[in-house]
Design a protein around this ligand. Sequence first.
Ligand code: DHB
Ligand code: FE
Length: 292
Amino acid sequence: MAKITASVYTSHVPAIGAAMDLHKTHEDYWKPLFAGYDFSKQWMKDNKPDVVFLVYNDHATAFSLDLIPTFAIGTAAEFQPADEGWGPRPVPKVVGHPELASHIAQSVIQQDFDLTIVNKMEVDHGLTVPLSLMCGELDPVKDAWPVKVIPFAVNVVQYPVPSGKRCFALGQAIRKAVESFDEDLNVHIWGTGGMSHQLQGARAGLINREWDNQWLDQMINDPVACANTPHIDYVREAGSEGIELVMWLIARGAMADVNDGKVTGPLPTIKHLFYHVPASNTAVGHVILENA
Ligand code: DHB
Ligand code: FE
């Protein structure tokens, strides 16, 4: 049986990828940010999963205003890093797990979540920056990512976006799906994006440390209440791009036993917790939770 043993949460700021690609991680501006991921890279080596189910958002790269899937699962054998304006990032191609992805699509759709199935897609910074942060710098040709990845794209760019409650429930369906896959696979689920940031308009540059930290605490310790946060709270408190945080609730939902709307069973173990301002225009949050 496949099993979700851990979840990872991290911001996905594109400038972090650029800092790695241009070898600037030792610069004073970046040092404290990358120091927050030293533990994580070692943890990733010590707890290497077979597959990462990577929840992220596409930033009008593979999709556009022509086509806006709310939830899209990548079932392809591989996914190339996208050109977002400066050429594709110099990182290895992303290798998928079509068998597990197809099984999850079947199971989750039968649990009444209407996923879009994507057999061809390029992946942007939303997916490759979290991989770089957790796996370190790799040669695009000689190296390979140490894990297979199932990309799972969520629309948090164009309204209407899915609610935190829907995302949390979807996470539970994904867990059921993984646990009904026959092969023994160690699966991690990642929730990415956030935390507070706003890239445009009158409030561009907004950061809200107090709200971010309250949200982090509630996401870990009372995820049902956290999932009930209305989307307008994200926008008001964490800025227009703060809504990316609903993706963390998919990963958290996959780590929760819920009965009658209440979490039962032990809370996951917090292996790592990191918060840093600023990275580009964003407050960076990062958590690693292991299943108790
Ligand atoms: C930034 C953050 C994002 O989440 C993003 O998708 C693009 C840019 C930033 O802080 O610059
Ligand atoms: Fe983003």
